[in-house]
Design a protein around this ligand. Sequence first.
Ligand SMILES: Cc1cc2nc3c(=O)[nH]c(=O)nc-3n(C[C@H](O)[C@H](O)[C@H](O)COP(=O)(O)O)c2cc1C
Length: 410
Amino acid sequence: MSGQSKNIILGISAGIAAYRMYDLISELKKLGHNVTVVLTSGAKHFVSELPLKILSSNHVYCDMFSPEIQNKPVHIELADNADLVLLAPATADIIAKAACGICDELITSILLATHVPVYIAPAMNTNMWEHFTTQKNIETLVTKLGYKIIPPEDGDLACGYSGVGHIASNEKIIKTILYGDSETKPLLGKKIIVTAGGTREVIDPVRFIGNKSSGKMGLALADTANSMGAEVVLVSTVPADRKYQVIEVESAQELQEVIESEFDRADALIMAAAVSDFRPITTSKQKIKKKNEDITIELTRNPDILEILGRTKREKQVIIGFSAESENIEKNAIEKLQKKKIDMIIANDITIPDIGFGSDENAVTILTRDGSKEILQRQSKVQIARHICNKLIDIFETMKETKKHDFNKK
Ligand SMILES: Cc1cc2nc3c(=O)[nH]c(=O)nc-3n(C[C@H](O)[C@H](O)[C@H](O)COP(=O)(O)O)c2cc1C
């Protein structure tokens, strides 16, 4: 609910979509809000100060070194008086500056000086949006600074491209900043367990059986699900400093115990962790001494967590697994999907150099229980995480539809 009048700082940066802010200001004013426009130097090429001033009924700021207001530097006074800051359109450049804390513009200085919610409506060419650096900067703004992104949409762009990069509609921007963000939080109300990292099976106090998983895919999934509104429980073998719940574990057995204690109240489990199939039968309390003979470590099978939960899960619970393969990738993944009775599997070929383990990028095939298949070419793990979360949303939606359908049948 928009409630009482809000003081909104509208930061406009140098993109074609800047002209759309004339209408946005009028609409916000009609709703009774006070809008103060802050332009980047570049934005002056795209919009004019005079109409912005008339539409907002306020002075339009641009210069960092404008005369002080109430004896305070402009960026501090504007930051202190705002209820929220909206950056729209947000260029790739302003997003990069905000992610790094660069203050060479009035608006970026305001961002550092304020404690109020910040909303970002990016708009740019598709390649600029999909660029690894832009995605990394967006991830920083969301996960480290708590900024809310109003995602760009798919469409025909002024640059001649067709793809994602079109600024969100004014209606969507207004809904998000004033009425809460159920539209940008499609996983609101869902509890999702995400596992990350590789388990370590202890041999003695200094040695373990491990694997190459860095935890990056799991972290990207947990961050994305959290930014989409889910209540996330991250069960991780790698430390993660996050605002949502993180439970650190080491071995497959510890991982299993935590998942089993959380799963009953969860709507979904995303099993991105690489879980060791085996563990030593015995663990030595003392470091095993080097001798002149070979030693044998006897291993026992760890329980297959996905298979156990796939068998026992409730109808409305969703389980997503990963399948790292070096041969017959798709065939093996489909077999796992069916055998473990899970809803989706993300298969990747670990023989492709440079991607996968430890890398910020991967290329995967997403297979679902209803037979759908989607191939994602090499891209950042953050982008892959978004695809997977969107697929999860589709599964939840289908479940709702099925429920309605069943109800109608009765
Ligand atoms: C005609 C034109 C259109 C542009 N449109 C965009 C855009 O939509 N998004 C974007 O990120 N950059 C766009 N740019 C590039 C930015 O204007 C440029 O990166 C600039 O330095 C951004 O400045 P600012 O972030 O300080 O406003 C455009 C440039 C030109 C010349």
